[in-house]
Design a protein around this ligand. Structure first.
Ligand code: T1G
Length: 700
């Protein structure tokens, strides 16, 4: 055995216990320990073998930290085969989240029992992989082809009851798992239960049309990804090939996925998301303030969504507006959002009602006096925000955290409107606030450490992925977005149609093209921001003239059923509008822009390298703690494809020398105002290193 796996004979049951915190990942020590324990169990008087785990979960998968290192025996597929071919019945006892290789270990056992609270799943596809230890061959044998395809291509876990209904779990137990599992093993022994080898089961035959239909559905849902399609190939092999050949097919395709840049990118995102929750230089033991009651100021789209986040996490919320009418509108937005959530199966009607009832409305600031946290979410006007914080300073109790949801304004200047700047922080939610996972936590100059630590923990509690940002115009995401958007608009005025720009970016992997995003957010948002600036600070008119003209025509985007595109009022489907193309050509002429054909590779490089270059500056200025944080912002907040790993990972994957060469080319062609290479980019290229290695040495 190894320290991670122990074995003991208890009555007639050989009990193998895995204990490898935090999630019992299948490290080499665990695999070796399981191998040794299995061998011991087959040589003693045990009549059945039980595999169970200590801690909070059954094995949650292969050890991702071992990926990329030389694989060590026993390899997981071989270990699973040893389990299935053991001389005695092997039973798995599941709790927590039995995922990936962990669930594959369970599938190779002859029987599986589980606590009702357990979940099982094969999330490899979320790492750009596929189950590589028989999951694609055993799952269809137990649950059928369609269920197997759904489980493996989605990567989403299912609860134990659902797993039992599919034949993936045989017995649901309650109470103490070990006790219940031991008792069940005893029953199996008593009735001389056979060793049921999953590999010997036959896979149901289905019509070829099912697989073809599944592949075409994936072409939309998993556009640009390779692993989902290889999963379908493996499940097809389970249907058409004997088990050994099917396993060989799975192995081959697993290795293809493992070696793909897509998997490297998605594994990077897995760790980047977990690292972004940590604050550099701050002890994990930094004290936190108790947050029980939350005040939200502003019941517009954002404020209402923000209020829901806290109510959904079990906190009491008081939502403040300036008038009963505005408050009523906000509460109606919340009601509509909950109806939508029920329809999407996010929660039951009873749960929705319970959550709604946690949100109380008010028009009186005095109602915020006992709030532990107040989040201001009014529209983007610095003066108004400063007035509100001055009011809060007088009303809120000592120790209350005062947060602003501002997207752009200077949080230091908002904090300066109070006598307690150490209690002020930015909590920048992304629309729709009750759905988008990203939360930029803006650390102002005087924000206290415990306030920051409290908000980072609170973010996780409300199901958000937090990223710390320093104070600058637009923080991390929107600052970079302004360069991305500028290039999109310039490509349009210089000759690419809106459809060409959006199609190029969507085929590259963005969830939605930039012009469609601007229509979704509302063209009037940028318009008002620009109108609020002095003429000489409104930037290059070529990069805003088309959008501003559209707004002046009353075409603000989806909200007016017309912006860069026309929108069907019901389906919101976008269609091109020749009137817009004519407008673009008119404005280009008026601005003296000579239009030309722009190919998709130029569009992609201008938009994406604008992100990379600005991201480098953000890192250099200390606005972001580490490059991976920027990747988390873009994948979780801006629809950047996880299979490309975020802008900074992508820059490394392309090669920073290539990025710099392209940035310098664009500077030659389009001017240094928009294309000044980031000093960090130039430095890394000059040093012949990359961002990943630089971050290891500088951003631990
Ligand atoms: N390997 C290594 N470390 C892991 C890990 C894993 N599989 N899963 C989690 N960790 C670490 C994580 O980095 C963090 O470390 C700590 O555990 C707590 O994680 C052959 C090839 C299990 C649902 O994809 O989904 O099996 O930051 O913060 O929110 O077919 O972790 O504390 O240092 O996420 O309670 C398939 C991935 C692998 C599951 C728990 N399995 N993990 O969530 O905690 S590929 C997965 C999760 C595979 C086989 C293939 C979640 C969780 P640190 P956490 P959590």
């Amino acid at each position: 055995m190894t320290s991670a796996v122990s074995y003991e004979l208890v009555d007639e049951i050989g009990v193998i216990t895995v204990d490898n915190p935090p999630v019992n990942a299948l490290s080499h020590a665990v695999r070796q320990g399981l191998h040794d324990a299995l061998r011991a169990a087959q040589q003693d008087a045990s009549k059945a073998i039980l595999i169970i785990c200590a801690g909070r979960t059954f094995i949650a998968g292969a050890d991702i930290t071992e990926f990329g290192k030389p694989p060590q025996e026993p390899h997981l597929p071989d270990l699973c085969s040893e389990i299935e071919n053991a001389s005695k019945p092997v039973v798995a006892a599941l709790h927590g989240t039995a995922l990936g290789g962990g669930f594959e270990v369970a599938l190779s056992c002859h029987y599986r029992c589980a606590l009702a609270t357990a979940k099982v799943g094969l999330p490899e596809v979320k790492l750009g992989l596929l189950p590589g230890a028989g999951g694609t061959q055993r799952t269809p044998r137990l649950a059928g082809v369609r269920a197997a395809l759904d489980l493996i291509t989605s990567g989403n876990p299912i609860d134990a009851a659902k797993a039992a209904s599919l034949g993936l779990v045989d017995h649901l137990v309650e109470g103490d798992l070990r006790e219940a599992a031991m008792a069940w093993c005893g029953e199996l022994v008593a009735k001389n239960a056979p060793r049921r080898k999953t590999s010997e089961l036959r896979v149901e035959t289905i019509s070829d049309g099912v697989l073809a239909e599944y592949r075409s559905k994936l072409a939309k849902r998993a556009r640009g990804q390779i692993a989902p399609f290889k999963i379908v190939d493996c499940v097809e092999a389970a249907m058409t090939q004997p088990f050994p050949e099917g396993m060989a097919t799975e192995r081959k395709k697993f290795i293809e996925c493992m070696q793909s840049p897509q998997s490297a990118a998605m594994r990077h995102m897995f760790f980047a998301e977990r690292k972004s929750a940590r604050i550099r230089g701050l002890s994990k033991d930094t004290p936190q303030r108790d947050i029980g009651k939350v005040g939200v100021i502003g019941a517009g789209t954002m404020g209402s969504g923000i209020a829901m986040n806290f109510a959904n996490a079990g906190m009491d919320v008081v939502l403040l507006e300036v008038s009963d009418e505005a408050l009523s509108n906000g509460l109606q937005i919340i009601a509509r959002n909950y109806v939508g959530g029920i329809k999407r199966g996010k929660f039951t009607e009873a749960e929705a009602l319970e959550r709604r009832e946690r949100i109380a409305g008010t028009t009186e600031y005095s109602s915020l006096a006992d709030a532990d946290l107040v989040v201001e979410a009014v529209f983007e006007n610095l003066g108004l925000k400063q007035d509100i914080f001055a009011e809060l300073d007088g009303v809120c109790k000592k120790g209350a955290i005062l947060a602003t949801n501002t997207s752009y304004q200077d949080v230091n200047r908002i904090a300066a409107a109070t006598t307690r700047p150490e209690d002020v922080i930015g909590l920048h939610f992304f629309s729709p606030a009750h759905i988008m996972k990203l939360l930029e936590v803006v650390r102002a100059d005087k924000t206290a450490d415990d306030v920051l630590a409290t908000c980072m923990a609170l973010a996780k509690k409300i199901g958000k992925t937090p990223v710390v940002s320093g104070v600058c115009y637009g923080f991390i995401g929107n600052r970079m977005l302004s360069h991305y958007g500028r290039e999109a608009q310039l490509c349009v005025i210089e000759g690419a149609t809106p459809e060409a720009v959006d199609t190029a970016m969507e085929q590259w992997g963005m969830a939605m093209g930039p012009l469609a995003v601007f229509d979704l957010a509302g063209l009037d948002v940028g318009y008002k921001a620009r109108q609020g600036l002095p003429e000489d600070q409104r930037g290059d008119p070529r990069a805003s003239r088309v959008a501003d003209t559209l707004v002046e025509m009353g075409r603000c985007g989806q909200k007016t059923s017309a912006g860069f595109y026309r929108y069907d009022a019901d389906t919101r489907k976008r269609t091109s509008d020749p009137e817009v193309q004519a407008l673009i050509e008119r404005e280009a002429e008026a601005l003296g822009v000579k239009r030309r054909d722009i190919d998709s590779s130029e569009i992609v490089d201008r938009l994406i390298f604008a992100l990379v270059n600005e991201g480098m500056k953000i890192i250099d200025e200390g606005i972001a703690q580490r490059p991976g944080d920027i990747d988390v912002v873009y994948v979780y907040g801006y629809g950047f494809p996880a299979f490309r790993g975020g802008p900074m990972h992508y820059g490394d994957a392309v090669g920073l020398d290539q990025v710099l060469a392209r940035v310098n080319e664009f500077r030659q062609r389009f001017g240094a105002d928009n294309w000044s290479p980031a000093p960090l980019l130039e430095k890394l290229v000059a040093d012949g290193t990359n961002l990943t290695d630089w971050a290891k040495a500088n951003c631990s």
